[in-house]
Design a protein around this ligand. Structure first.
Ligand code: C2E
Ligand code: MG
Ligand code: MG
Length: 548
């Protein structure tokens, strides 16, 4: 800590920690001011920062200082201004970020190499969904400024499944590649061509001034894809169905435009395939269906019809100290609806907020019960962006812990990166508040966003959950091994643990162990199970500890 007098810009006091870190004696410090500590390249920003302090009571600066021996020190300064009679003093708290920043920089470098992989589809080399979202959002912004239109073309290959099933996957892959090549090389006016996965592509046409123009380009794309394609010794006549949605007429943002183009594409399929269809509001019966589902979800919540299942998370020594709570929606006919088919609707309607609160309360009560009966058992709960943005979320967490009498450290909240990259300042503040309660914070599906490691700069994180997509091929793919290694190194550098998701084979598990991953979760060890089954597993385990 340094005390800086505003009038003279000289340090008037320093504590022992500062003396230790900087290597100056107290006397040397007292002859210095902030300009003397700064590295030459970082002097200009100081005046600007100080001028801001005249208005603000507390602020932070990230800069580079020099120690007495000339070595660099990355510092995070928190400055509080104190007025005393006519004097003003700055209390400067110094946090040494050197090591943390070096770890991040190393990790970010390896991430940059991999960025292309995360933003592009491996088979066709086209931008993937993530990059498309970014490009489309930018195109919409541009069109908005210029008062133009943007067209979103949702392109789906007709009968692709038949080709795949009858001619084999390599023929299917060859077909996808050839269609991608044709779409790319024949579409001069296409701003962005992306693969959505499977046999679906999206073309974005920016700066369109009339709707006929979009129709014309769609016809052209349909024509080039319909020409016979030679694969192996045979010839395929592939056609495409295309759905078109226009900004601003059919939607105001990337998500709505893609969804409406998708709806129009289904209409094109129904109209006999090999054709293009514009979205019309009449196609909205899909939307009506969505509303009905949201109504049923609401009712299910009121009737307490959801259930939680628990999937064990094993540490590398075989210890079972935590589980992930996952929601299920059992139906009267005995089937069970999985979260992937209803969470997004609950999010859309806002119902995720009370639903998520129910999950939190139930998981805390269950974990407290198990912890009392056997040994401390942590529970991980998934939290969606809408919940985190809800002003009462921190209170909901606090009350769930209190009512269940669960120690905060036994609750881990799983947030996805996509949640952590919007509105970072507010989100980081909420996350810090949760962390201050003693609750642990995990990043779920880590690595699927495109600035994953950069996210870590803004957050206190206890756990990274390495996404299943990096685990699937880890035994075969050097790239995936390198990604896992980089994530694990970065996490450890920041004092966080890594849980690998979706571990299904012993080979994957062995590699993760060699890479010093901390814990694993996956079908190889256990599937998500009912609370009764999990309780039985715990009771069996507390008498026979498992060592891998
Ligand atoms: P997640 O949080 O990434 O959860 C892990 C998912 O991977 C679970 O799917 C789990 O059953 C599945 N899984 C675990 N091990 C394996 C494996 O070895 N192989 C494969 N193929 N899959 C494995 P589940 O239960 O269907 O949940 C899907 C997603 O739904 C979750 O992904 C989470 O994002 C969301 N979700 C589930 N419950 C809740 C909830 O209570 N609230 C919120 N907001 N989201 C939830
Ligand atoms: Mg999760
Ligand atoms: Mg996950």
């Amino acid at each position: 800590m340094l005390l800086l007098e505003a009038a003279t810009l000289r340090y008037v006091d320093v504590n022992q920690a500062a003396i230790d870190v900087y290597g100056y004696t107290r006397e040397e410090f007292l002859t210095k001011g902030p300009y003397d500590l700064r590295e030459a390249g970082h002097i200009g920003d100081l005046a600007e920062a100080l001028s801001k302090f005249d208005r603000d009571a507390s602020n932070t600066i990230d800069t580079v200082h020099l120690r007495a021996d000339g070595s660099r020190l990355d510092v995070h300064l928190t400055v509080v201004t104190v007025e005393h009679e006519d004097d003003r003093v700055y209390i400067v708290t110094v946090q040494d970020m050197t090591e943390r920043n070096e770890t991040l920089a190393r990790a970010l470098r390896s991430e940059a190499l991999l960025a292309h992989d995360t933003l592009h589809d491996r088979l066709t080399g086209l931008p993937n969904r993530t990059l498309l979202n970014e490009r489309l959002t930018a195109a919409v912004e541009r069109a908005r400024e210029r008062n133009h239109m943007t067209a979103v073309l949702f392109i789906d290959i007709d009968e692709f499944k038949t080709v795949n099933d009858t001619m084999g996957h390599s023929a299917g892959d060859a077909l996808l590649k050839e269609i991608a090549r044709r779409l790319r090389s024949n579409a001069r006016q296409v701003d962005c061509l992306a693969r959505m996965g499977g046999d679906e592509f999206i073309a974005v046409l920016g700066d369109i001034t009339n709707v006929d123009h979009a129709a014309e380009i769609a016809r052209e794309l349909a024509r080039v894809t319909a020409e016979p394609i030679r694969i192996d010794d045979g010839e395929i006549n592939a056609t495409c169905s295309i759905g078109i949605a226009m900004f601003p007429r059919d939607g105001d943002d990337a998500e709505t435009l893609i969804r409406n183009a998708d709806t129009a594409m289904y209409q094109a399929k129904r109209a006999g395939r090999a054709t293009a269809c514009f979205f019309t509001p009449a196609m909205h019966h899909a939307a009506a269906q969505r509303l009905r589902l949201q109504g049923r979800l609401q009712k299910a919540l009121e009737e307490d019809a959801f259930e939680l299942v628990y999937q064990p998370i094993y540490e590398m020594d075989g210890a079972l100290r935590s589980s992930e709570a996952l929601i299920r929606w059992p139906q009267s006919d005995g089937t069970v609806v999985q979260p992937n088919s209803f969470i997004s609707y609950a999010e859309e309607s806002g119902l995720i907020v009370p639903m998520g609160a129910w999950v939190l309360r139930s998981a805390c009560v269950q974990s407290a019960k198990w912890s009392r009966a056997t040994r401390p058992l942590r529970v991980s709960v998934n939290v969606s962006g809408k919940q985190l943005a809800d002003p009462s979320f921190v209170r909901t967490v606090r009350e769930a812990l209190r009512d269940a009498k669960l120690a905060p450290a036994l609750l881990e909240l799983e947030l996805t990166e996509s949640v952590m990259t919007v509105n970072i300042e507010r989100t980081a503040a909420v996350v810090r508040e949760l962390h201050d309660l003693g609750v642990r914070i995990a990043i779920d599906d880590f690595g699927t966003g495109y600035n994953s490691l950069a996210t870590l700069r803004s957050y206190v994180v206890d756990t990274l959950k390495l996404d299943r997509c990096f685990v699937v091929d880890i035994a075969k793919s050097q790239v995936d091994q390198a990604i896992a290694a980089a994530v694990i190194a970065a996490a450890h550098g920041l004092g966080a643990k890594v849980i690998a998701e979706g571990v299904e084979t012993a080979a994957q598990s062995a590699i993760l162990r060699a890479l010093k991953c901390d814990a694993v979760q996956g079908f190889l060890f256990a599937r998500p199970m009912s609370a009764e089954q999990f309780g039985a597993l715990l009771r069996a385990e507390s008498s026979v500890p498992v060592y891998a």
